[in-house]
Write a protein that binds this ligand. Structure first.
Ligand code: NAP
Length: 303
């Protein structure tokens, strides 16, 4: 019987693992794909207190090694469901079934697609959700980034260093991204902002994406922008449907929990971007991990 099973090895999940093992409890982290979560694809983090600059990959790898070295058991298995039997929680994965006293759901969120008809067929043929992973394929080419948050603007900054031109297409004329990112990008000669506009069609030929049909929401005018690549960075959506029997979800699918990080089920906690919250940042993910772990350890001690 494990003390705490943590579902997800992103910043929240790995922070929870560190706090759990340091509180003297055993921690098993179950991750469906690879460790690190969303931050692993960020080229440069410069807003984590105490660290002036670090790549997302280095940050995530450091966190993973720290959790492992402190004694967390980290396994790569997809969790398909949880069954509660009194005080015991059974966590079912694609390969195994584990029993534990407390669970922390730290499932994060996944990239949101535009929802255009041929979008998924064009993934790998011009459409990407990760500039740091795929950007190099577009060296000296014209690309577009869609979105107005920090991810989109950081992606555009990164791509502008080696692409011929970068269009930033955003549905409003105000950005969610930090003002510093906006100003930095505005100073670039090879970046063009296309504002108040949405992508309404992805045009392709046999080789893949060739252009975008972009519609201005104020005028209704459409224009065609020729690009070799489109980086979609319009935010994330959670994937918590497997846990609906133990945690109530809000209308967008995020796990409902207050600052105590308790779900509706005794002994099941949540942490990070998968839960209802207003600020989704690296610092708040790490903070959630610590709070959820200490709450789970307190729950076990009181059993
Ligand atoms: P985000 O902040 O939620 O921004 C998503 C952007 O996509 C918004 O500008 C939104 O437009 C737009 N959008 C959403 N749905 C759309 C649709 N269907 N069609 C067109 N545009 C759409 O997402 P994010 O940039 O991925 O960032 C997620 C969180 O991580 C944020 O809290 C962010 O600050 C944080 N983050 C931090 C860093 C860093 O600090 N270094 C780096 C990356 C991300 P509207 O503005 O009109 O809603």
């Amino acid at each position: 019987m494990v003390d705490v099973i943590i579902i997800g090895a992103g910043t929240a999940g790995l922070s929870a693992a560190i706090y759990t093992v340091r509180a003297g409890k055993s921690a098993l982290v179950l991750e469906a794909s690879s460790y690190g979560g969303q931050i692993i694809n960020t080229p440069d983090i410069e807003n984590y207190p105490g660290i002036a600059h670090i790549s997302g990959f280095d940050f995530a790898t450091g966190l993973y090694n720290q959790a492992k070295d402190l004694g967390a058991d980290i396994r790569f298995e997809r969790v398909t469901g949880i069954i509660t039997e009194g005080n015991v929680k059974k966590v079912i994965t694609s390969q195994n079934e584990y029993e534990c006293k407390a669970v922390i759901l730290a499932t994060g969120a996944k990239n949101r697609p535009l929802g255009l008809p041929n979008e998924q067929e064009l993934v790998g043929k011009g459409v990407s959700y990760c500039a740091t992973c795929d950007g190099m394929f577009y060296r000296n080419k014209v690309v577009a980034v869609n979105g107005g948050g920090n991810t989109a603007l950081e992606d555009a900054q990164f791509l502008s260093n080696y692409c011929e031109k970068v269009y930033v297409i955003h549905r409003r004329d105000k950005f969610r991204a930090d003002q510093k990112e906006v100003e930095r990008l505005k100073a670039k000669d090879n970046v063009e902002f296309v504002l108040d506009s949405t992508i309404t069609k992805l045009n392709e030929d046999a080789s893949g994406l060739v252009s975008l049909e972009v519609t201005n929401k104020n005028t209704g005018d459409t224009r065609t922008i020729e690009v070799s690549g489109l980086f979609v960075a319009i935010g994330q959506a959670p994937d918590n449907t497997a846990f609906e029997n133990v945690a109530s979800l809000d209308e967008k699918g995020y796990i409902k929990a207050g600052e105590d990080l308790k779900t509706g089920t005794e002994g099941i906690f949540t942490a990070g971007d998968c839960r209802t919250k207003t600020v989704r940042q690296l610092t708040t993910a790490a903070s959630d991990g610590a709070v959820a772990a200490l709450a789970a350890c307190g729950y076990i001690d009181a059993m």
